[in-house]
Design a protein around this ligand. Structure first.
Ligand code: PLP
Ligand code: COI
Length: 370
């Protein structure tokens, strides 16, 4: 007798269409030998439709390829779009794991709320990861510092030029084997302080992971590159006085007494890496402060050696030491600074958990492969 499954379970039955042009073993070996960030994509992708009437439906795994869009699709005009970023790690026994994916699922839900997009249930999000790994898990590289970067995203697909939330939306998941985000690996980076442009404002979309925040950062990122810097740091948009974050990562300062301080504000993306690092530090006995940090406190703290280390953190960047920040009033720190000791030790503790080299006392790792 057929069992009448609840709707949510029925919806999780993914239809899988295999890519008959999948990369050969030899091609894949070449790709995985030196994966750069976000340049090559796996053989498949996940696609789930949503409509106002039908809710989430038609979950599919299909060959990776272009998405057909009506030129009037509202994402192309009004940018109703959100995304996430997380990694799959290959453990010594060959299994594939992700790091706190429940947190990415929840942040996607918060971003969706802010951008008037539908709520993707956490279980759908997690199942999309498992489904993609089931077909493309062999794309997860195994060398140190490498991983399979997972990029879930959702956007307004309805062809409609009125300004209102779209009634048709799709969720996708793509994946890309990756090495270090910065070409120099883990060595200290230089950061350009933007005093001209803001990333986000009060009441805006700073806490949402939405494309517009990144589009708004590009011109400042170009300025950074012109000045030989790898990333841009933004200040608050009201007074231009307080540190916020970098274009694609959070910032943490380490004080001489061992306290870790990170900017807190409603305009910053709440990083999962930052949260995890601060938890590791707190459990080692370090004081941790999430509070406004004035640029002047940063400048004077570095000049007086009250601040001893500064680092950037995020999924792509992991933990990257910051050597100097270039500001209109002169550099803070030095291009030749060495990577901080605590920075590197927290980085190692985090990556040991992520890569399965150490116990995971927090239950952060979630197995994706069967
Ligand atoms: N801030 C911004 C603007 C980001 O794009 C990211 C990266 O996702 C982060 C911070 C760090 O977030 P997470 O550690 O969750 O990757
Ligand atoms: C990530 O770390 O996942 C991001 O989305 C940031 C970007 C620099 C790729």
């Amino acid at each position: 007798m057929p069992i009448d499954l609840p709707m949510a379970q029925k919806d999780l039955l993914f239809q899988v269409t295999r890519n008959d042009q999948a990369k050969s073993v030899a091609e894949l070996e070449d790709i995985l030998a030196a994966p750069a960030f976000g340049q090559v994509f796996t053989d498949h992708m996940v696609d789930i439709c949503w409509s106002e009437k039908g809710g989430w439906h038609r979950p599919r795994v299909q060959p990776y390829g272009p998405i057909a869009l009506d030129p009037a699709a509202s994402v192309l005009h009004y940018g109703q779009e959100i995304f996430e970023g997380l990694k799959a790690y290959r453990h010594p026994d060959g299994s594939v794991w992700s790091f706190r994916p429940d947190q990415n699922a929840k942040r996607l839900q918060r971003s969706a709320k802010r951008m008037a997009l539908p709520d993707l249930p956490e279980e759908y999000f997690l199942e999309s990861l498992r489904q993609l790994i089931a077909v493309d898990g062999h794309w997860t590289p195994g060398a140190p510092e490498t991983s399979l970067y997972l990029r879930p995203f959702m956007f307004a697909k309805e062809a409609f030029l009125g300004i209102r939330p779209a009634k048709k939306v799709n969720y996708y998941l793509i994946a890309s084997p990756t090495g270090a985000y910065f070409p120099g690996g883990v060595s200290p980076v230089s950061i350009w302080l933007s005093t001209t442009y803001s990333r986000a404002g009060k009441g805006g979309t700073g806490q949402a992971k939405t494309g517009g925040n990144y589009a708004a950062s590009l011109v400042a990122q170009m300025e950074a590159a012109e000045h030989g810097c790898q990333q841009v740091m933004f200040l608050d948009s009201v007074e231009g006085k307080y540190l916020e974050e970098l274009g694609g990562m959070n910032v943490v300062l380490v004080y001489a007494d061992g306290t870790l301080v990170t900017p807190a504000s409603e305009t910053i993306l709440e990083g999962i890496t930052r949260d995890s690092i601060l938890q590791l530090a707190a459990d080692r006995g370090h004081a941790v402060e999430r509070r406004p940090v004035a640029l002047e406190e940063f400048r004077q703290g570095v000049a007086s050696s009250q601040i001893t280390e500064v680092f950037a953190c995020g999924t792509a960047a992991v933990v990257t030491p910051i050597g100097q920040v270039l500001t209109p009033d002169g550099p803070i720190g030095s291009a030749n600074a060495e990577a901080g000791e605590l920075t590197m030790s927290l980085r190692e503790q985090l990556t040991d958990i992520q890569y399965g080299r150490a116990e995971d006392p927090y239950g952060w790792m979630v197995r994706l492969s069967q």
